[in-house]
Design a protein around this ligand. Structure first.
Ligand code: ZN
Ligand code: ZN
Length: 338
């Protein structure tokens, strides 16, 4: 099958012809239709996330059609539309798994990081961790599998401690613009902060229902009840803490962030909560897709062909993209059309 391989960190992905993945009794084999590109893919390529499986097929927002199922597979059948997310497998034995925190499993495997992902024509996946998807346009489903799903975990973590309805979103990438839509539909006032000069992001924020959108280096004259930081920028931690009210909560949603500079204790004082979210659980997946079926969520999607994967990653890195990126795996050359 055609696949793009990371053979060494800090190198471009290489087009290769590799065998179709083998499949265990409790696994499925899916033909990949589309696969989302995520900032985490850049963190893996750039070496900010260490020790990936090498060589590696990246990609953890995989939408495909089931082609084969293992003998022990019960709930998924040939022809089903499925999603393969970041969490690929957990041990079910460690203290985290036993305490409903499989997202922190010490022995977990992650799709497109420590197990091969979806920048390829086929993928194998464990049944338990494969998500049956609603019958929607695959291009619109792919960004939901990480940007939506892990973004939603950050949003739920925020809501657990939230004392009011004013939410700040820092960074309007794939996650940010999906979670803004959900929060607005659930009755929150959303204030979006983007990188200085990114007028396209300000426009997108307004399109997806933000009450206010502006540049993150500007000091706003309002206070918020909580904030989620999606941008991988450590400086934003103090920026967010400064503008949340006492009792407010700040959630760091990224898997990697630049160092957080020292800040005055006074901006944390007042029982403010600073936390991060890591990965996802299977339950997150079920809850998220049950919720999505009742909401009108429409990611802004930039489509590239699989053969344009290096270009797509470069565009993401350079900040040329507004919204989400999805690779059309069925098309071999040229920019795929929506
Ligand atoms: Zn991701
Ligand atoms: Zn475990």
């Amino acid at each position: 099958m055609r696949a793009y391989l990371l053979t060494r960190q800090k190198k471009n992905l290489r087009k290769c012809d590799v065998p179709i993945p083998t499949m265990g009794d409790d696994q499925i084999l899916a033909k990949v239709m589309v696969c989302g590109v995520c900032r985490t893919d850049l963190h893996i390529i750039d070496g900010e996330l260490t020790k990936p499986k090498l060589p590696l097929i990246l990609g953890h927002q995989v939408v495909g059609l089931v082609e084969k199922t293992g003998k022990a597979v019960k709930n998924i059948k040939k022809g089903d539309l499925v999603g393969v997310p970041w969490l690929a497998w957990t041990c079910k034995k460690c203290r985290f798994c036993r305490n409903s925190k499989e997202n922190l499993c010490e022995n977990a495997l992650f799709t497109g990081y420590t197990k091969d992902g979806g920048f390829a024509q086929y993928i194998s996946s464990w049944e338990d961790y494969t998500i049956k998807l609603p019958n929607r346009e695959p291009f619109l489903l792919a960004p939901l599998l990480c940007g939506g799903l892990i973004g939603h975990r950050a949003y739920q973590t925020l809501r657990k401690s939230l004392l009011g309805a004013k939410i700040g979103i820092f960074g309007l990438g794939s996650s940010g613009h999906i979670i803004t839509q959900i929060a607005v539909q659930e009755g929150y006032d959303v204030y979006v902060f983007v990188k200085r000069g990114d007028k396209n992001a300000v426009k997108l924020a307004e399109q997806v229902g933000a009450k206010w959108a502006g540049f993150s280096d500007r000091r706003p004259d309002f206070k918020l009840d909580g904030a989620i930081i999606f941008a991988p920028v450590g400086e934003l931690v103090s920026r967010a803490l400064e503008i949340v009210e006492r009792g407010g909560v700040v959630v760091c949603a990224g898997i990697h962030m630049t160092d957080v500079p020292a800040f005055k204790y006074s901006i944390l004082w007042g029982e403010k909560i600073l936390t991060s979210v890591a990965n996802l659980t299977r339950q997150d997946g079920q809850e998220f897709f049950a919720k999505i079926s009742k909401l009108a969520i429409s990611p802004k999607v930039n489509i590239y062909s699989l053969d344009q994967v290096n270009e797509a990653l470069e565009d993401l890195k350079l900040g040329k993209i507004t919204g989400s990126i999805v690779l059309d795996v069925s098309t071999s050359t040229g920019k795929a059309k929506k």
